[in-house]
Ligand binder design. Structure first.
Ligand code: MG
Ligand code: MG
Length: 272
């Protein structure tokens, strides 16, 4: 059952989403060769708690940490550890926060120093596909419209779209209805309605879409060990249109990147 949110609830959800956005912005400054994912995890936990929120993933389904940290061929759900990042790595960071009873859930794949052109293209295309998908999240469209758009954009570049892991409704629970696959057929699936909030999150592999699960019960890796990227935003339907609740603006501020990619999905300008 889809649980829609009132305008007031959507504003509370924006608060939770922005705590995650700010956390990713803080991490963006710290990501460099030599830092460990466990160090980044501690920074994130402290930052979230300093903002009066709780880490959204810690303890959820018994996950042991604040961040899912998935380097290189890891797709999602990697567990932070003491291995230092090295120049040329990519690191997908997925972060959740819980405040006022509502979750934020938001992810970005970062480059560690200089990365090769092929991997840079994977990151760029995956992020583009996130916005291509968000554009379809509007009144009277359906789940399949978002999935179709993401899949087409990524497969046109020869990439693999992970099937087993999907986006989701978001609210008082981290995972609500509906499931939001990153593949699908136009006009199929549940219809979008005013007040829905979802996490849209393409998980895109450079090679095969196939994945494997590690023995730790969490970490998901590409079957061919080629890199994978993951970008995620929280989005509501407000006045029939997609309204972004999360933002990459804090990351871009940290990294000195100019971008207007989010402007079309915001009814009011974001003040950061
Ligand atoms: Mg997430
Ligand atoms: Mg999610």
């Amino acid at each position: 059952m889809i649980v829609t949110k009132t305008r007031e609830e959507i504003e509370l959800m924006r608060e939770s989403a922005l705590i995650v956005s700010k956390t990713l912005g803080v991490l963006a400054k710290e990501i460099k060769p030599g830092v460990t994912t466990l160090q980044l995890d501690k920074i994130a936990e402290e930052h979230i708690r300093d903002h009066g929120a709780e880490p959204g993933f810690l303890g959820l389904y018994d996950f042991p940490n604040t961040l899912c940290m998935s380097p290189n061929a890891q797709v999602v759900h990697g567990i932070p550890n003491g291995t230092p990042l090295v120049e040329g790595d990519i690191i997908s960071i997925d972060c959740g926060a819980l405040k006022n009873g509502f979750y934020g859930d938001h992810a970005y794949t970062f480059a560690v120093g200089e990365i090769d052109k092929e991997t840079e293209k994977l990151l760029q295309v995956t992020k583009e596909s996130l916005y291509v998908g968000i554009r379809e999240f509007k009144l009277n469209n359906r789940v399949g419209d978002v999935g179709y758009a993401i899949q087409k954009h990524c497969e046109d570049h020869g990439y693999g779209v992970v099937r087993e892991l999907v986006g989701h409704g978001l609210g008082r629970k981290m995972h609500e209805d509906p499931e939001m696959p990153n593949y699908g057929k136009r006009g199929r699936g549940k219809k979008f309605i005013e007040g829905m909030v979802v996490a849209i999150e393409p998980m895109i592999n450079m090679g095969t879409h196939r994945i494997k699960q590690h023995r730790d019960g969490w970490t998901i890796t590409t079957q061919d060990n080629k890199p994978s990227a993951h970008f995620e935003h929280d989005v509501a339907i407000v006045d029939g249109k997609p309204e972004l609740l999360s933002t990459f603006a804090y990351i871009y501020e940290s990294l000195n990147i100019e971008s207007n990619e989010e402007d079309e999905f915001r009814q009011k300008a974001l003040v950061i």
